[in-house]
Design a protein around this ligand. Structure first.
Ligand code: HEC
Length: 125
């Protein structure tokens, strides 16, 4: 009986500490549809000045442990450089999904929602 209790206690502690972890970009927080839309937006509004490689590796690693909202706000305030703020919030979120996918972050069932990005932490593989 004691072993059963200790398993149950271990499970409970495990779940509780897990519940306290903030969600991160490693948890499938954008959809394949968003990535596809982001790719088109990138092609139309960004690729003229940036190659895909610009958004990869060291670029995203520099944002590790920061909320996604920081990168979102920066994008919206400064890009495209010739017309900042041109796109809608949904479109900037789609571009983020594309950038995350470029960095090998996993797609998942949930949509990257521009309203809740301050609660989502950037982690990279
Ligand atoms: C007219 C050219 C131009 C266009 C179009 C453009 N950018 Fe940029 N972008 C720049 C320049 C120039 C910089 C600054 C480069 C640097 O300092 O390394 C920059 C910087 C950035 C940065 C880094 C900002 C930082 O401070 O770390 C990101 C992210 C970015 N661009 C994303 C985008 C996205 C996404 C799009 C499309 C919506 C886009 N850019 C369109 C020229 C452009």
């Amino acid at each position: 009986m004691r072993w059963l209790l200790s398993i149950a206690a271990g499970w409970l502690i495990g779940t509780m500490s897990h519940a306290q972890d903030p969600p991160t970009t490693m948890h499938g927080v954008f959809t394949a549809t968003q990535v596809a839309r982001g790719e088109e937006l990138n092609e139309e509004y960004c690729a003229g000045c940036h190659e895909d490689g610009y958004f990869q590796d060291a670029f995203l690693a520099a944002w590790r442990d920061q909320p996604v909202s920081g990168l979102f706000d920066l994008l919206r305030a400064t890009m495209p450089q010739d017309s900042p703020g041109l796109l809608s919030d949904t479109e900037y979120a789609d571009l983020l999904a594309y950038i995350f996918a470029l960095n090998g972050l996993p797609e998942g069932p949930s949509t990257l929602d521009p309203q809740t990005l301050d609660q989502l932490i950037i982690q990279t593989p």
